[in-house]
Design a protein around this ligand. Structure first.
Ligand SMILES: [Cu+2]
Length: 507
């Protein structure tokens, strides 16, 4: 256990960080030996000889996480803390990382949002070697692109609610650009994450997340008919996951260090949804968020919103002007989840007392708000059509998920790639959701541009996860610029584990 690491609100002064690089502070892990000459790679397996000191060491092990006083959970973590250490990389400067696995299960550590090779990416389906149980892998890569990224396990959990993303294997990455953009005084990193999962039948996934709220009738009719038929056969609704405790930076509301601010400050919040399965929201009474980046990529139009909606695996970076003194609850708009811990106290200097919550206006998230008005995306060279469907409770009580009628095997079998890419071409992925669930769709090793949301063309918003609403359709484009096997999947663990994955390869 590392109570310090658990308790720390990861809030550091950017200026003081720059001055004190080389010192461990506020849960930040900085290079031990930047000047270390990189070892030469073994192209056969992407691993590096175990010579010299690595720049970073990450140790995967079961450890205690104290989410509230005397409420201590045992979960698998990185370096004995939740969240794992914040890794600050420099764009384009190669790093060597030693990954130790002290558990009994082979592990995959995925560098989410980075353009890294298959051997480093951390997905068995692409061919990344496992970090053996009680073993080690040394990897080396050039961090890119700059911005807010993260790392997490890519193991499938199936019915094991202690495995995969249900565990505490989540850590943040900040890749510093050669020129730091934005005008702000301070950065605060927030990781939203639930613990103590249990299975339930039928979920309470929020349905009022996305704008527009319209549905595609043809998708709705097919999806509703399939569900009706399944229930008529006597099948109950498939399993969903509920949680007993909710945390920000590993602490339940009221039990962590407050975010301490001064009137007049501009604070840049980096918010990561580290959940296995849930969409989260975040509001701060009396304040608004100017969204400057999505998934670490600066947005063309940094619009101001009252509420952040963040799908599983998504990141939002937003500046808040501290102009409403008091002691506030910065928390989820869902009353139950906030009372069960999904919040953090924000306290102005010279103010004390009980933290206040005021519900924000109802607000739906519209990605096109942050797009360049009137801009048009480049035309694609090819379009892939994808339809996602749910086979209710078809896999021993779990919903089975299909892409164009095909479920990725839930066994350890690796499926052959279904979509073929030519390097340098621009591809459009047109996704149609024939289910009532929201899906945070993720593409590995590439950054994509949102090009269509429910029939509305858009351009300029670059992401690596996009929420696709129930019975809705979305398109994104990407350039095939990172050769190798590339995984595409729903980031909702329960969906990914039961079929919602496919592979692209380069031909
Ligand atoms: Cu999904």
């Amino acid at each position: 256990m590392n109570p310090q690491g658990v308790k720390k609100v990861m809030s550091i002064s950017r200026r003081s960080f720059l001055k004190t690089a080389g010192v461990v502070a506020g849960g930040v892990l900085v290079p031990a030996a930047i000047s270390q000459a990189p070892a030469s790679p073994n192209p056969a397996n992407g691993t590096f000889p175990n010579q010299g000191t690595p720049d970073y060491t990450i140790r995967i092990a079961a450890s205690a996480v104290e989410v509230a006083p005397k409420k201590i959970l045992s979960v698998t973590t990185y370096n004995g803390q939740f969240p794992g250490p914040l890794l600050r990389f420099k764009e384009g400067r190669q790093v060597t990382v030693d990954l130790y696995n002290d558990t009994d299960t082979p592990e995959q550590l995925h560098w989410h949002g980075q353009l890294v090779p298959v051997d480093v990416d951390g997905a068995a389906e692409e061919g990344t070697p496992y970090i053996p149980a009680h073993g080690k892998r040394r990897i080396s890569f050039v961090p890119r692109p700059s911005g807010y990224r993260f790392y997490h396990t890519h193991n499938r959990a199936g019915a094991d609610l202690s495995a995969g993303q249900y565990s505490g294997q989540v850590g943040q990455v900040y890749i510093e650009p050669s020129h730091e953009p934005g005008n702000y005084d301070r950065e605060v990193f927030l990781v939203l994450k639930e613990f103590e999962p249990t299975f339930s039948r039928g979920g309470d996934m929020p349905q009022d997340v996305l704008a527009p709220a319209t549905k595609v009738k043809a998708l709705e009719e097919k999806g509703e008919l399939a569900m009706k038929r399944s229930l008529a056969k006597g099948r109950p609704k498939g399993y969903e996951v509920d949680y007993a405790s909710f945390t920000i930076n590993g602490r339940m509301l009221g039990h962590g260090e407050p975010v301490r601010v001064k009137q007049g400050e501009r604070v840049l919040f980096h918010v990561l949804n580290g959940s296995a399965t849930e969409v989260r929201s975040l509001a701060l009474p009396g304040h608004t968020f100017q969204v400057v980046a999505l998934d670490g990529n600066p947005v063309p139009n940094p619009a101001t919103v009252p509420v952040l909606w963040v799908g599983t695996g998504e990141r939002v970076s937003a500046i808040v002007d501290m102009n409403h003194p008091g002691v506030w609850i910065m928390g989820d708009t869902d009353d139950d989840d906030r009372r069960d811990g999904m919040g953090i106290v924000l306290e102005y200097a010279t103010h004390a007392g009980r933290a206040q919550w005021l519900a924000p206006p109802k607000f739906r998230w519209d990605y096109t708000t942050f797009a360049k008005p009137g801009a048009t995306a480049a035309a694609p060279d090819e379009t892939f059509e994808m339809t996602f469907a749910k086979d209710n409770a078809a896999a021993e009580g779990f919903n089975r998920w299909t892409i164009n009628g095909v479920a990725y095997p839930s066994t350890s079998a690796i499926a052959p790639p279904a979509f073929h890419l030519h390097q340098g071409r621009r591809y459009r992925v047109h996704m149609r959701n024939q289910s009532d669930d929201l899906h945070p769709i993720h593409l590995h090793r590439h950054v994509f541009e949102l090009t269509n949301i429910m029939g509305h063309r858009t351009a300029g918003v670059m992401k690596d996860v996009v929420m696709l609403g129930g019975y809705q359709e979305v398109a994104f484009d990407f350039v095939a610029n990172d050769p190798g096997m590339t995984l595409f999947h729903c980031h909702q663990q329960l969906h990914m584990d039961f079929g919602f994955m496919t592979l692209f390869d380069y031909v």
